[in-house]
Design a protein around this ligand. Structure first.
Ligand code: M6P
Ligand code: ZN
Length: 179
């Protein structure tokens, strides 16, 4: 949680690092929490990302994710990714710092991606799994807003993986088929 004297409406993207330094992360995912997510072998003690849950606005949950720069082999650091348990719940992402790629897919095999730079708003439709990837050289930070009833379904991703992976090819982030 973040200090109550700084409600979410006061977050200045220019000062997001300072803001997060006053918060304690709700989730910290290390390499050891990401076994089977990356194609290669991940260093167990590396911090891959942190999630900072902010005060909810009624039934809207707000979270800031800070994804570290780095790669496992040629694959960029990324979140686990999830579907929502509630098929009616979508989500909105807002880029705050750094560069990233939001990759999405449905259970029918449709895929999509949105580049997330600071100021970009990305809409995740209900029924679409979502995973964010840090494709830059600095921390990639974004805000997420989603309904309280959304729920996180990680098991479908753990079992089936993502249809696409984001790897560096010739110095550039490139989408390649997942395994
Ligand atoms: C965003 C939101 C959160 C999510 C977080 C990390 O902040 O989508 O709900 O928890 O990213 O992603 P994941 O849960 O897939 O690890
Ligand atoms: Zn979500």
């Amino acid at each position: 949680m973040c200090p109550e004297q700084e409600p979410p409406e006061c977050i200045d993207p220019e000062r997001i690092t300072e803001f997060l330094s006053q918060c304690s992360s709700s989730i910290t995912r290390f390499g050891r929490d990401m076994v089977g997510i990356f194609a290669g072998e991940v260093e167990p003690d590396s911090i891959i990302y942190e999630v900072y849950e902010l005060e909810s606005i009624g039934n809207i949950r707000l979270a800031v994710t800070k994804l570290m720069p780095g790669k496992v082999g040629d694959e960029y650091y990324m979140t686990k990714g999830h579907y929502h348990e509630d098929p009616q719940s979508g989500e909105v992402y807002f880029g705050l710092k750094g560069r990233g790629l939001l990759i999405m897919q449905t259970k029918d095999g449709e895929t999509g991606e949105i580049e997330l730079d600071p100021g970009t708003i990305a809409c995740i439709r209900p029924g679409w799994a979502h995973r964010s990837v840090n494709t830059g050289n600095e921390e990639f930070v974004f805000l997420a807003a989603f309904p309280r009833e959304a729920g996180h379904d990680y098991s479908s991703i753990e079992e089936g993986g993502f249809l696409k992976r984001v790897v560096e090819v010739g110095g550039r982030p490139t989408l390649v088929p997942g395994q």
